[in-house]
Design a binder for this molecule. Structure first.
Ligand SMILES: [Zn+2]
Length: 366
């Protein structure tokens, strides 16, 4: 019997479109110059990879420092800068090829990856892997804070770290008065992730843009601040029956679905795309990261980015991540994370050109 083909076709991740770049290709087909060119083009896209002075924005007066790879000097401003100066990768000492392989590994991990697994696959210390992954999350958070949604929006909130540890004693033993208060069971503090997703007008396309926010609990005040920052006036917002979303009717066309009665309203109102985000987010926690701790928002931003880019090739996603990491004028909060004295608000400054660097040659894209 001939098998009937579904209208959905093959799953995107099983198609050839999903795999445009591989680790094999990065190690066998790309030379050092090719890898360097990729980094230069992502760092200075306006000048097609030609190093540009961060102070005067000129390329003609920039020369490369002899015997120092990726270090440049501006003859006009007398400052030295590198490929990663002022970006999220400022001070990163990993070789470029290894860095690119790491970014590709993370772009390929559809449900995220634990820092321990990443450190083994990339052959770096756990600390290095942890910080690199958080630098990516920090760059995604910056993008998230600038994103505005319009059109058809679905909004919802979900709690993280809500499960209590199972008590040691059985029920009968627990009913006895506690002898020592210091031995009370640990209780987590629930924290709420708010999510708003812009749904495509095209059928079966799902959500196209996601923003996330944080609140101690699902409440009207935090929801109002979240939507004012991320949702354009006049948008259509769909939420569940929670009272925190009641006041959205003042600025938006509000649709609601009562989840205590049904999943989808009589006119098709639903927040399935917001629920879908939380489904992936929970799987990332259960399967990979286990504990989000104080970096919860970063993990939520990572999950949002993965969901929004689920139908892009791994090459596109890797280059997008590299582009975000190499955006200039960033606060390098993760620079020197393991060296506490570097973390205490030490601003990134550009070094003055040393007398040794005077005999530099004009720099071109590597
Ligand atoms: Zn300059």
């Amino acid at each position: 019997m001939k098998r009937k083909r579904t209208s959905h076709g093959v799953h995107f991740l099983l198609s050839a479109k999903a795999r445009k770049l591989s680790i094999t290709e990065l190690y066998t087909e790309k030379s050092d110059a090719d890898v360097s060119k990729i980094f230069h083009e992502m760092r200075w896209p306006e000048t097609q990879g030609r190093p540009c002075c961060p102070k005067c924005n000129e390329t003609d007066c920039v020369v490369s420092v002899p015997k120092r790879a990726l270090l440049y000097r501006c003859k006009a401003c007398e400052i030295m800068f590198s490929l990663t100066s002022g970006t999220f990768l400022h001070g990163c000492k990993l070789p470029l090829r290894k860095l690119l392989v790491g970014i590709l590994l993370l772009a390929d991990a559809v449900k995220g990856m634990s820092a321990s697994q990443f450190s083994r696959q990339l052959d770096v210390q756990y600390k290095t892997a942890f910080v690199l992954m958080h630098k990516i999350r920090a760059s995604l958070l910056v993008e998230n804070s600038r994103t505005m949604l319009d059109g058809n929006i679905q909004i919802d909130g979900a709690y993280s770290d809500t499960k209590e540890r199972k008590p040691n004693e059985h029920k009968a033993a627990r009913e006895k008065p506690a002898q020592d208060k210091s031995k009370e069971e640990w209780k987590p503090t629930p924290r709420c992730i708010l999510v708003a997703r812009q749904v495509s007008d095209e059928r079966r396309k799902g959500a196209v843009k996601t923003v996330i926010g944080f609140a101690p609990c699902e409440n009207g005040k935090d929801v109002d601040a979240f939507v004012a920052k991320h949702i354009a006036d006049g948008a259509t917002v769909t939420s569940d029956e929670h009272a925190a979303y009641a006041m959205l009717i003042a600025h938006y066309k509000l649709k609601r679905v009562n989840h205590s009665q049904r999943y989808s309203g009589p006119n098709g109102e639903n927040i399935n795309q917001a629920e879908s985000y939380f489904s992936r987010f929970r799987r990332m926690q259960i399967g990979q990261n286990h504990f989000f701790g104080k970096h919860l928002l970063g993990y939520a931003a990572e999950s949002a980015w993965r969901d929004d880019n689920r139908r892009k090739s791994n090459e596109e996603n890797a280059m997008a991540l590299l582009g975000l990491l190499l955006k200039p004028n960033q606060d390098c909060l993760w620079q020197g994370y393991w060296k506490r004295y570097l973390r205490k608000g030490k601003a990134v400054t550009l070094r003055k050109a040393s007398p040794k660097a005077r005999g530099s040659r004009l720099a071109t894209a590597a």
